[in-house]
Design a protein around this ligand. Structure first.
Ligand SMILES: Cc1ncc(COP(=O)(O)O)c(C=O)c1O
Length: 380
């Protein structure tokens, strides 16, 4: 077995040794967090309102959802989500728990999962832990997906197609419309869509891309998370009553982990109410993202591929990603370098994640940093 110190030295040698960042002060903008609507930054502004409305919210559930006596706010939040989506909802402790739990519960005999190559690690881990049978198709290549489905759908009782509505590292989107069309060709196909990066950000009421495209009813299992645009923690699955019951009975992270504290469920209620009404901020973020992405394309000379608030700036290697992140930090912009294993080799990048509190004027010095770095690279 290799020594721990050798493993760490190897990671360091490959510019892949990670450390936990300390709080940064005096920054112009934090472009590394997933606080897309800027509510995390403004959260303190709701403290009074929160304390007035939820003075009895306890700080611990003290047991899992199947045992806890303190779940008033968990149920209220689920009811609220059910009202918004028009379908039952089930809370999980995090998006990671939700994906591990849902993939595990859906791993029934005779089930094949067909997944986009870039789905989040939590879904891949869920499939691996459950020993699920799964195949992957190249990112967003729906003709390859169709080939797999035409070959395999008749061999399995259930086929679950897994994708993200907005991809966390590339900021591009699954074509939900086409996925739904494919679903209609195969009666045993279920659509599993993770909206972690779209909840709060897209759609008339912030319910995600499925809402924006009028497809909520077509998605068999929709995952949303509260830790990103919703400035809270936790996650939820939206699905049929029957599927919800399957998850309650078979999703192991739901069964075997202490439920979120009621105070957290109550906070998610308050923030979700705010999110629903943030249409103007969503439009602003969409416009800002378009303008930011075209400036990045002008500087890099290559398309970003992004259609969302997540905009990658590819650096080609980890050392350059780290160096750019450092220069950006000195200029007041927090943007983290993304390396293996989060992205494949060669896909190293700076991941810019924008939020609704920003504007192009605030971001202007960032473009100067990137342009200067580009000139330096070209000249050396
Ligand atoms: C697509 C996707 N799903 C799920 C998760 C996990 O969510 P959570 O942070 O709530 O565990 C993430 C987190 O980055 C994600 O990007």
């Amino acid at each position: 077995m290799p020594e721990i110190k050798d493993i760490l030295a190897q990671l360091d040698g490959e510019n892949r040794l990670r450390t936990i960042p300390h709080e940064a002060t005096g920054m112009i903008a934090d472009l590394s967090s997933n606080d897309y609507m800027g509510l995390g930054e403004l959260g303190d502004g709701f403290r009074e309102e929160f304390l007035n409305r939820f003075p009895d919210a306890a700080f611990t559930s003290s047991a899992s959802r199947l045992l806890s006596q303190r779940q008033k706010y968990h149920f209220s939040l689920e009811e609220m989500l059910e009202g918004l989506y028009g379908k039952p909802a089930l809370l999980f402790n995090s998006g990671y728990h939700a994906n591990v739990g849902c993939t595990g519960a859906l791993t029934l005999p005779g089930t094949l999962f067909v997944c986009d190559k870039l789905i989040h690690a939590s879904m891949v881990d869920g499939l691996r832990i459950a020993g699920s049978v799964f195949k992957r198709f190249p990112h967003n290549d729906l003709s390859k997906l169709e080939m797999i489905l035409s070959r395999e759908c008749r061999n399995y009782e259930h086929v679950v197609v897994m994708a993200e509505s907005i991809y966390s590292m590339d900021g591009d989107e699954a074509n939900l419309m086409k996925l739904v069309k494919l679903k209609h060709l195969y009666p045993n196909l279920l659509l599993y869509i993770d909206e972690a990066h779209a909840f709060g950000v897209r759609g008339e009421r912030g319910l995600g891309v499925a809402e924006e495209k009028g497809l909520i009813d077509e998605i068999d299992l929709l995952i949303g998370t509260f830790g990103k645009a919703a400035a809270s923690a936790g996650a939820f699955a939206v699905c049929s009553e029957e599927m919800k019951s399957l998850l309650v009975n078979c999703a192991r992270p739901f069964i075997f982990s202490t439920a979120l504290p009621p105070v957290n469920a109550a906070w998610s209620i308050l923030i979700t109410e705010k999110l629903v009404g943030m249409k103007r901020e969503r439009l602003h973020l969409a416009e800002l993202s378009r303008r930011f992405s075209s400036r990045i394309e002008e500087i890099s000379g290559v398309p970003t591929g992004s259609t969302s608030q997540i905009i990658p700036y590819l650096t080609g290697d980890a050392a350059r990603a780290i160096a750019i992140a450092r220069t950006l930090r000195d200029a007041g912009f927090l943007a983290l370098p993304i390396r293996r294993p989060t992205v494949p080799p060669g896909g190293e990048r700076i991941r810019f994640s924008l939020n609704a509190n920003l504007d192009m004027k605030k971001l202007s010095p960032l473009f100067d940093v990137l342009r200067d770095e580009r000139i330096f690279i070209n000249e050396n």
